[in-house]
Design a protein around this ligand. Structure first.
Ligand SMILES: Nc1ncnc2c1ncn2[C@@H]1O[C@H](COP(=O)(O)OP(=O)(O)OP(=O)(O)O)[C@@H](O)[C@H]1O
Ligand SMILES: [Mg+2]
Length: 307
């Protein structure tokens, strides 16, 4: 089981679209995939189910928020209880891999506030215990045996570095950073990586403190930057975008050689609440690549994380 967080501070760079479509493509290729929506905007959730279905069947007690809340109330529930296996997706995959989901909730933003007040402690031992137990929450949840069956778990993170996002990074083996090829989108990547390093160091410093309880260290690896929304001219990215790609190639995180192309008509035609999921173009034994570039990006991903 590999856990991968899809993250970028910058909003609207294609995190959710990439999570949904990479997950679908991996599942179509035979992998057992779980997607976790960790964003209070819940756009990944609403790419797979309608708001009506969400309200009726999930909102009250089957979202990632209910799981965090139950823990705070001292009545933990199993994270695996939240897994949904939509039949519509099963039909599309017709026995190949699987694509399961854990949905989000618009109220997840309050969970961040609840967790933040729990950090700290009167003694070093107490501070360690609080820091580790809060940051390890998702990681601990994913230790249930039900999750071992997955080849890969993709976590769609919100565009911030709040505590819920940090729980995703702590739980992750790998971090994937989608970006648009423009200055504002690429500016924040250094800052993001510095914050990931700092979180890793803080966590491991606490883990090393000898207070009697053994804590495993973490090592989330930045597996790559993937460009989304590339415009091509003459078989390659347009000149202005090429400059940003070159610029990022000089950084320490690898840049995927393949990228997602911009396709305004596909994305504009999507329902207001949904991201078009590539599965729509799949039939039992073939698929049309509705998201241009997805197959190459998936190849890069499979190599990078060793799937
Ligand atoms: N390849 C693409 N071509 C054109 N439009 C795209 C493409 N990928 C995503 N979009 C559109 O760009 C917008 C942002 O995409 P998405 O929601 O995936 O980004 P995000 O990084 O998850 O945003 P947020 O930070 O709000 O979570 C959406 O309207 C989506 O439909
Ligand atoms: Mg998103």
């Amino acid at each position: 089981m590999k856990v991968v967080s899809i993250i970028n501070y910058k909003g609207g760079v294609g995190k959710t679209s990439l999570t949904a479509n990479l997950g679908a493509e991996l599942a179509w290729r035979g992998k057992k995939v779980l997607l976790i929506d960790l964003d209070a905007q819940a756009s990944l959730t609403f790419s797979f189910i309608t708001p009506e279905d969400w309200l009726k069947n999930f909102a009250d007690n089957k979202t990632i928020k209910s799981w965090f809340d139950a823990f705070e109330k001292g009545k933990p529930i199993e994270l695996s209880n939240l897994i949904d296996k939509p039949s519509r997706i099963k039909e599309k995959l017709s026995g190949k891999g699987s694509l399961d989901l854990i949905y989000s909730h618009l109220g997840l933003i309050n969970v961040d506030l609840d967790l933040a007040v729990k950090l700290g402690g009167a003694s070093l031992a107490q501070a360690k215990a609080n820091f580790i137990s809060i940051h390890n929450r998702l990681s601990d949840g994913l230790k249930e045996s039900a999750f071992e069956a997955y080849d890969v778990i993709l976590i769609d993170c919100p565009p911030n570095f709040n505590i819920v996002t940090k729980t995703a990074i702590v739980a992750s083996n790998y971090i994937l950073v989608p970006t648009r090829p423009d200055q504002l989108s690429t500016l924040g990547i250094d800052y993001l990586m510095r914050n990931v390093e700092k979180l890793t160091k803080d966590f491991n410093d606490y883990a090393e403190l000898d207070t009697g309880d053994q804590v495993d260290k973490i090592d989330p690896k930045a597996v790559g930057i993937v460009f989304t929304m590339i415009q091509e001219y003459d078989g390659g990215p347009i000149a202005a975008q090429r400059a940003f790609i070159q610029q990022l190639r000089r950084k320490t995180i690898p840049v995927f050689s393949r990228y997602i192309k911009r396709n305004d008509s596909l994305f504009a035609d999507a329902p207001v609440y949904g991201i078009p999921v590539v599965l729509n173009g799949y039939t039992s034994n073939s698929h049309q690549s509705v998201v241009d570039g997805l197959e190459g990006v998936t190849d890069n991903f499979v190599t990078a994380v060793g799937l």
